[in-house]
Design a protein around this ligand. Sequence first.
Ligand SMILES: *[C@@H]1O[C@H](CO)[C@@H](O)[C@H](O)[C@H]1NC(C)=O
Ligand SMILES: [Zn+2]
Length: 526
Amino acid sequence: MREVLILIGLICQAHACLQRIDQMPGVRDASEIIQRDYNFDKVEQLVAALGLDPDYWSLEEGPSRYIKYDLTRQRLNLYYEGLRVRGFTLQASINSDGQYTGAVSGYVPDISHLDISAGAGVRRKDVKQALVQYVNDNNVRINQGDIDSDDLEHFYFEREIYIDHSTGKASVIFFAKALVNIPNYIRTPKALFDCDLNVIKGRVKVRNKETSGCPNAQGGNVMFPGLTYGPGDGELCLDVRVRGDTCILHSRKFVVKDVLNELDRSKAEIVKFPCKEGLKDESNDGFSANADAFYFSHVFYDVLKSWGKQTEPFDDHITTLYTHYAMWPNAFWDGYAATFGSGDENVYPYAVREVIGHELGHAVTEHSENLVFDGESVAIDEAFADICGKAISAYLDPSFNWKFADNLIRSARDALRYFDDPTRDGRTIANVNDFQTVITDHPALGVGVFDKFFYLVVTDGVPFPDAFEAVVLANRIYWHGETGFYDGACGVLRAASDLNQDVSKYRSAFMHVGINLSFCGLDGTA
Ligand SMILES: *[C@@H]1O[C@H](CO)[C@@H](O)[C@H](O)[C@H]1NC(C)=O
Ligand SMILES: [Zn+2]
């Protein structure tokens, strides 16, 4: 049945399928239905003469052109319930007295069972965002990032009726257009969206049919092989952007730039490679820092969305992850981007999942302008970041362990930190009362206080997603630039109370790390 419908309205020949309006299902030839016996003074009379119910249909006078004596041709735009019917116009003839003669050409579709209220709730900014997304999905601006809605000038949209060429079926749609006029990029995107803002069709310049792909790559490192990425069964799709035959590690949220083991990040380029070859960035015994950075950043976004119930700051702008940053045993968040060192003889490349979550956790904290200054704040900032890293593991694997980054270290120690016993590394503390010993030189070693709290509250029966949500909410709502251990813990307690969780488990977990929250009232937070 479907094949039959497709053949109607489209003339398929050897090399092309051509549209023909007269063959669209349900359309009628205006010249055959109009009563020609009269001249008409008004366009409304043409509507009636075409047998169209004037309660629903109207014609709008468009441009006209004098052809010869006694004949001016005028275009009439067709409206149904006040909405423009895309792709349908009539051509009327006007005599020297300015009357319509009844000679009319063009086609009228059959519109019935149309839910005219469809899309009524769609707002201007929604359509604008859809057009931005359409541009970004169809035009990768290499090394320049995506556009955002501020880049759209002369944005215009209109609710219209669209008739599907194959089926003749009418639906309410949105037509949108704008000018993008930024350095090295001037385009006039236009698109039609259905009422759910899915693209029906559009045009920017060159359209690429394929917009995402699943190239092959191996994650992890020689000692701890990670995920296998690819298009096959049992493989994970990296869901990269595809342009022609090229795969690009660039999405609407994250972009991976490879520093190629140099130190100068300004020379780093967006990772691009032939899709069929897959990722081949093996370095210092790590298989593909690029694939892991791209994949786990998106997983972190999902964790933040589904467990943390917020996604800032990752919707605001595209976050960059720099990989293969020198032979350097660390990773960092610099306020704008996450950077992952290539490791050294003791550690594998730093782009492992929990470290990726950790660095992006700093982005969440920074976005709230939280935990900026003194030692206690630094310790909480690090712990929140650790919890974000651990959340990726817990999200992907219910049987996760409580080591932090246990797939990073080559020897000697088997993890970077230990939630269950932070002191196991011989440096990190696990009780606020020990903070004086580290505050001057290494306040970050206070990370164990909240790491341990988090471990305790989860092992005491608070589901990981609930505890994560409470900590994220505390960060967003209760913490600030100068939050210390006591106030930070009180904020977590109040967040848990806001979320109707069992706060006694939080009080008890904090008590175990030396924080007596009896001072922390919950009045006004329930
Ligand atoms: C917590 O602090 C309150 C108020 O100072 C005190 O009464 C209580 O005994 C403390 N709890 C513990 C277990 O130390
Ligand atoms: Zn950190």
